[in-house]
Design a protein around this ligand. Structure first.
Ligand code: UVW
Length: 360
């Protein structure tokens, strides 16, 4: 089995139980005290004491979304307006297109027991047809289509169990939607990826690997200070990051792709709650990275599992693009570009595969 940062399923189960027990204890101890503002992080979790309080992040309602309102199902893709597109176009200078997605193939590293199996029946699949003797191929693909390879996490991908474990009325997703409302064997009923608007926005790439001088290690957290060092090194201004822009992090972990899948799957460097808060404060529409979750795994606070996913996607409607490849952009020292991606509008899907591009 392809376990990611924990050794096996038992350990994963135990960890989830521990987190849940902590959360229950925290809630019943009444320590929350309204400290969590709707849709926001409590505070930077840069120091140990704050990290120890992190389970409180899931304790208070985070809906309705303060900007997009209670009926919204599109989240931060709402930032992509005609004005944003026209502003982004100004960044297209030499007309070069960079593919920043990976090729999909069965041997790519996958989370847990996800699959990617393609078959082309026959050979060719059909024909010859007509006097012109036309033959054709088509493919059958069995996969978690929005959650393998280069994957775009939609709003229905991540939820937070509030209240009692297993209570689907208290399993909350973006804008407070419950598992009871959205769950369905044939696709999500409410916040499927078809509600996400296409992206055409300004992208900023932080080459943190270059800041560190080497590929980062699993469990190594990217800090806001690292981002500021990258900005300086890349001759970019923090003030240039506008609401509705997309931010990307290069850690060097992507170098393991297809070279050492076991190590790639074993954990990863990435952003933590401090940078998540910075992203929320900036009002970005999307985060992305050259690894499989954008966030650091394991989290420095061992009690937390994917907390950045919870804060960005679930609470704030900020999308996440994983397993990207910035090699060509970095080789050309292109750190700012038009990020263009239209998620496949598969009704009720949790995310999307596809071919994102950066245009400079
Ligand atoms: C999970 O599904 C938990 O993570 P990811 O979005 O990285 O696939």
């Amino acid at each position: 089995m392809d376990a990611r940062y924990l050794q096996d399923k038992e350990e994963l189960k135990q960890s989830a139980q521990d987190v849940n027990e902590d959360r229950r204890a925290f809630l019943t101890a009444g320590l929350v005290g309204g400290a969590v503002a709707a849709g926001t992080l409590v505070a930077s979790v840069a120091n140990a004491q704050q990290v120890a309080q992190a389970p409180a992040l899931t304790a208070a309602p985070f809906w309705p979304h303060p900007k997009w309102g209670k009926d919204d199902v599109a989240g931060a893709s709402n930032w992509i307006t005609p004005a944003k597109v026209l502003d982004t176009v100004k960044w297209i200078k030499d007309g070069k297109i960079y593919r920043i997605g990976r090729v999909y193939e069965s041997g790519m590293p996958k989370f847990g027991e996800r699959a990617f199996t393609m078959r082309i029946p026959g050979s060719p699949t059909g024909g010859p047809f007509g006097a012109n003797k036309l033959v054709y191929h088509d493919e059958y693909l069995a996969t978690e289509i929005g959650q393998t390879g280069t994957q775009f996490d939609g709003l229905g991908h991540i939820g937070i169990q509030m209240g009692k474990d297993g209570d689907k009325n208290e399993m909350r997703y973006y804008n407070g939607h419950t598992e009871q409302e959205i769950g369905g064997a044939y696709g999500l009923a409410v916040i499927g990826i078809e509600n996400c608007k296409p992206f055409f926005t300004r992208g900023h790439l932080f080459d943190v690997e270059a800041v560190k001088g080497a590929p980062m290690d699993a469990g190594q957290e990217i800090t806001v200070a690292d981002l500021r060092s990258a900005l300086q090194k890349q001759n970019m201004q923090e003030a240039d990051i506008k609401e509705g822009d997309a931010v990307f992090f290069n850690t060097g972990w992507g170098k393991l792709w297809l070279k050492n899948n076991d190590k790639f799957n074993s954990g990863e460097p990435g952003i933590g709650l401090e940078v998540a808060k910075w992203c929320i404060d900036k009002g970005v529409c999307l985060t992305g990275a050259d690894q499989w979750a954008t966030e650091v795994v394991p989290n420095p606070n061992k009690d937390l599992a994917f907390p950045v996913h919870g804060e960005l996607i679930c609470k704030n409607g900020i999308y996440n693009h994983e397993n990207l490849d910035f090699t060509a952009l970095i080789a050309d020292r292109k750190y700012q570009f038009a990020y263009i991606f239209s998620p496949a509008p598969i009704k009720g899907a949790t995310g999307s595969n596809g071919g994102p591009i950066a245009v400079t």
